[in-house]
Structures are given as structure tokens and as C-alpha cells.
Design a protein around this ligand. Structure first.
Ligand code: SER
Length: 317
């Protein structure tokens, strides 16, 4: 039986991944690691063990790993792309100094480590359509710089020390539980909240800007499936392209309008977000993930939209 520590358990992905892992491996075997400023609430706090774990504090990570006999760490601590541009040094401290701490504890205690990369690890010189698994990665955002470094450092610890590091490159993740904070792809979450609240949505990303996106249930399945994959079949490790849908703002608007015909959207482009979005791929080629560990998404734009509108209608009632 696995003993798991989720670092960043109160965040957008961490909050749902912790609950999903508890469902798979037993509540008592999944520790929700959180920083003191991000309080744990509700079932996340009550359904299983938790520990204050700051990724920048190596002693704290080691103590939690030893106390809970952890063998697998899901390290989700990071600043998203727009915030990272305003706090580049902090983005590096959390993303890379923090990762180094996690990998060192993993090396000493024999843990496997999952630290996600992102579509942000690509840049303007990357082929933008059906971006290959192995290609140019010269990002121009600090978020991207930390994500490429994450991939390299994770591979280094695998090759040099045999630490079982694995990762995916997440697209924009769309969810209805914990909102994202400060990402370029956040508009694709915010638009659903506006639609359900009956408000007009002002889109910060220009019409025609394609980005890869994914519904949270697929993102959670990908993370767990990769960590469960047969290592003998993995040619790649850090990090796999995964994809399920690619759209531009008008496509998600039209998908929502088919359910809510009076919904309205206009554009007011945010130049920082747009510059980041323009530097990222339009769509990823995820053939290697499909071949090496059987990745297969369940949701497309239509089925995600139906589910998001249903869940948010209940949540925002
Ligand atoms: N959702 C992230 C962001 O927009 C990309 O992986 O920063």
C-alpha cells in the first residue's frame, strides 16, 4: 500500500488530487501537505491526515515524510504563469529550490516523485501545432523557465540517483472546486462562473488564440495512472505531453451558449496574458503518453461544458 504526501494540497489541483488519492489508496494513507497561510477546510481537513509542509523548508518535508512513512510525493507547489511574471524570484524559490528540497528528501528516504510540468515549458520557437514530445523548449516566461528546469532536474535525479521521478505537461486545467490563481488559462474557468451567474464575460485572451485545455477528472487520472505505470515501459519520464482538447475563446463561448443562449461575451485583451498565450503551443501531440502508459482522456469541450454548468449551477445556487 502506498503512503502519499501531497505538497500544495490546498491548491487548484492539490485539493482535488488529495481527495481522489484518498479514494484510491485509503484516507489514512494520503497526507494533505499545506502551507500555514493556505488553510485546509472541510472534507480535505477532516477525511485524512494533514501536515504543515512548506516546500522551501527541507527539514519540514523530511519530518512529514518520516512521520507518515511516505513513499510517494505529489509535489504541486508552484506559482502560475501570470503571478510568476510579477514575482520571478519567488517563482524560482518555490518551483526550483523547493523541488530540489523534495528531490533530496526523496533520494534519502526512497520516495517516488511527481512534479508537473506544463504547456508553459514551450516557447515561441517551439512548433505550435501538434507540438512533439521531444522538441525545442526555449520559453520566455519565468513560469516556463522554472518548468523546463523542473523537467531537467527531475530527469537528473532519476539518471544520477535512481529517484523514481515522473511527470506530465499539464495544459490549462478547468475545474469547479478550487479556482486557479494567476494563470494564463484561467479565463477558461472564469467564463463558466460568469455564465452560471448570468453575467457578461469579458475575455482577456484574443479571439483565435488556441491553447490546450483539460477537465480536472482527466488531469487527476493522468497523474495517478502515470505514477502507477510499469517503469519498464517508460522511455520518457519528465515530462509527458498529455492532451484532450484545444480551443480558442470563441469556441468555449459557443459551447456555453448552446446551453445558455442569452450568455454574452466581449473581449478586453490583457497584453501580458496574451503575450504568454501566444508563446505557448496551440495543441500538443500526446502519442508518447498514449503508447508508453496508456493515456486516454474522457472529456472533450462538449462533455466538459455540460458537466461544468451542471456542477456550478448547484455550487453557486
Ligand atoms: N494553467 C497554467 C497557467 O496558465 C499553465 O499550465 O499558468
Amino acid at each position: 500500500m502506498k503512503h502519499i504526501l501531497v505538497i500544495g494540497a490546498s491548491g487548484q489541483i492539490g485539493s482535488e488530487l488529495t481527495m481522489k488519492l484518498r479514494g484510491c489508496y485509503g484516507n489514512e494513507n494520503v497526507v494533505a501537505g499545506y502551507i500555514p497561510t493556505a488553510e485546509l477546510k472541510g472534507e480535505l481537513k477532516e477525511s485524512g491526515p494533514s501536515a504543515v509542509v512548506d516546500v522551501t523548508d527541507v527539514a519540514g518535508i523530511a519530518a512529514a515524510v518520516k512521520e507518515h512513512r511516505v513513499d510517494t510525493i505529489y509535489n504541486l507547489a508552484a506559482l502560475l504563469s501570470v503571478v510568476a511574471e510579477s514575482k520571478p524570484k519567488l517563482a524560482w524559490k518555490i518551483g526550483i529550490d523547493g523541488l530540489w528540497n523534495v528531490l533530496e528528501v526523496a533520494r534519502q528516504e526512497g520516495c517516488a516523485v511527481f512534479t508537473p510540468s506544463s504547456i508553459g515549458s514551450f516557447g515561441p520557437t517551439t512548433p505550435h501545432v501538434k507540438t512533439p514530445q521531444d522538441t525545442i523548449q526555449r520559453p520566455c516566461s519565468m513560469y516556463g523557465v522554472t518548468k523546463v528546469t523542473t523537467e531537467l532536474l527531475s530527469d537528473y535525479y532519476y539518471n544520477k540517483y535512481g529517484v523514481d521521478t515522473r511527470a506530465v505537461r499539464f495544459p490549462g486545467i478547468i475545474s469547479n472546486v478550487t479556482p486557479p490563481g494567476g494563470g494564463t488559462t484561467d479565463y477558461a474557468v472564469d467564463i463558466y462562473y460568469s455564465a452560471v451567474r448570468g453575467e457578461k464575460f469579458v475575455c482577456p485572451i484574443a479571439q483565435g488564440t488556441y491553447m490546450d485545455m483539460m477537465y480536472m477528472p482527466d488531469a487527476l487520472n493522468a497523474s495517478i495512472q502515470l505514477m502507477e505505470a510499469d517503469p519498464a515501459k517508460l522511455v520518457h519520464r519528465n515530462a509527458f505531453n498529455i492532451a484532450s482538447m484545444s480551443f480558442e475563446p470563441d469556441m468555449i463561448y459557443q459551447a456555453i451558449k448552446r446551453h445558455l443562449p442569452s450568455f454574452e461575451m466581449s473581449y478586453d485583451v490583457d497584453h501580458l496574458k496574451q503575450a504568454i498565450a501566444d508563446s505557448w503551443p496551440d495543441s500538443l501531440d500526446d502519442t508518447r503518453a498514449r503508447e508508453e502508459w496508456g493515456w486516454k482522456p474522457e472529456y472533450d469541450l462538449e462533455s466538459m461544458t455540460t458537466d461544468m454548468l451542471e456542477k456550478l449551477s448547484v455550487k453557486l445556487k
